[in-house]
Write a protein that binds this ligand. Structure first.
Ligand code: AKG
Ligand code: FE2
Length: 335
């Protein structure tokens, strides 16, 4: 059954009804047939902007450790968490209801708490040579031993999986596989881990709200880990009323990968950055998103191969950093 929203009782219906379950294409990152893989990716990005990623080089043990450490952080007292409040560089903790992803609605905010980790300088790597300061915030070793080491190890692995996906995406667009490196998107990417916690029971239940209200992601691609508790839904036709929402099932050991708005701009809307949300199911839920976004200086400009006389460029060129700043400002200023 589909979920319809847009009516006054939309949120309530969303919580009560069961949505149609989607099956996305499964992309095998280890496949030696890169041409066939890139064709599958192209199809997925044109159809829904979502696919599953398997054989990505990160074992389930590491996923478990990341979830484990994430739970340990969110179980700390609110005072301890607030000591690591999100700083001006968007690293750290954001409490319940502070963020509103759907900037078109008036709500008390999304019922999730989160923690952002941004680029970490890796010893001996080029990032240190380019003098990236570590502006991340870390819980102390005494409070959460191994926390930082776990997150840094995961960051490293998920970034390299993401970069491999980006080169397949370049092939899928009939570009050379190093295209996004050559345009400077990946030499110092704005790549962020976001740990997410959706509490099962909310302090106040007077108005039903979303764990994450409807939004599309801002950047290039997102690699999402889910814990098996349902809640994530997508709406393939954002402009059609009433909106139809479909469940995205968990696939053990796989990432859910989706296209973000900057890649949609780059491809002149050939690849889709699809609206999605997380409904509050009453069950506690954890997820870990990894946003792989271009270097702030990178110019995002509609690809010639995606434009023609009949389909002219729909967007003017924009610097990635300017675009991201605007979107983040909207997310944290409304609600
Ligand atoms: O928690 C999820 O499953 C999705 C989170 C999400 O869409 C986001 O953080 O952008
Ligand atoms: Fe998202």
């Amino acid at each position: 059954m589909h979920i319809f929203s847009g009516e006054t009782s939309g949120a309530r219906m969303a919580q009560e009804a069961a949505a149609k379950t989607l099956i996305f294409p499964i992309i095998d990152l280890s496949s030696p047939d890169r041409v066939a893989t890139s064709r599958l990716i192209r199809q997925a990005c044109v159809d829904s902007g979502f696919f599953y990623l398997i054989n990505h080089g990160i074992d389930e043990d590491m996923f478990e450790q990341v979830f484990d450490q994430s739970k340990k952080f969110f179980q700390l007292s609110i005072q301890e968490k607030l000591e690591l409040s999100r700083n001006k560089d968007h690293r750290g903790y954001t409490p319940l209801y502070v963020e509103t992803l759907d900037t078109s609605i008036k709500s008390k905010g999304d019922s999730k708490e989160s923690f952002y980790i941004g680029p970490v300088p890796i010893e001996g790597s080029s990032s240190q040579e380019t003098h990236i300061d570590d502006v991340n915030q870390w819980p102390s070793e005494a409070t959460l031993p191994h926390w930082r080491a776990t997150m840094e190890a995961y960051y490293d692995k998920v970034l390299s999986a993401g970069i491999r996906v980006i080169s397949l995406i370049a092939l899928a667009l009939n570009l050379s596989e190093d295209f996004f490196m050559r345009v400077g998107a990946l030499d110092s990417p704005a790549a962020f881990i976001r740990l997410l916690h959706y509490p099962g029971e909310l302090p106040s239940s007077e108005d039903l709200n979303f764990g994450a209200s409807a939004h599309s992601d801002y950047g290039m691609i997102t690699l999402l880990l889910t814990d098996g508790v349902n809640g994530l839904q997508i709406c393939r036709e954002k402009d059609k009323q009433p909106q139809i929402w479909e469940d995205v099932p968990h696939l053990k050991g796989a990432f859910v990968v989706n296209i973000g708005d900057m890649l949609e701009r780059w491809t002149n809307c050939l690849f889709r950055s699809t609206l999605h949300r997380v409904i509050a199911s009453g069950q506690e839920r954890y997820s870990v998103a990894f946003f792989l976004d271009p270097n702030f200086d990178c110019l995002v400009e509609c690809l010639e191969s995606c434009c023609s006389e009949t389909i002219p460029a729909r967007f003017p060129p924009i610097r990635s950093g300017d675009y991201l700043k605007k979107r983040l400002w909207l997310t944290y200023s409304s609600g």
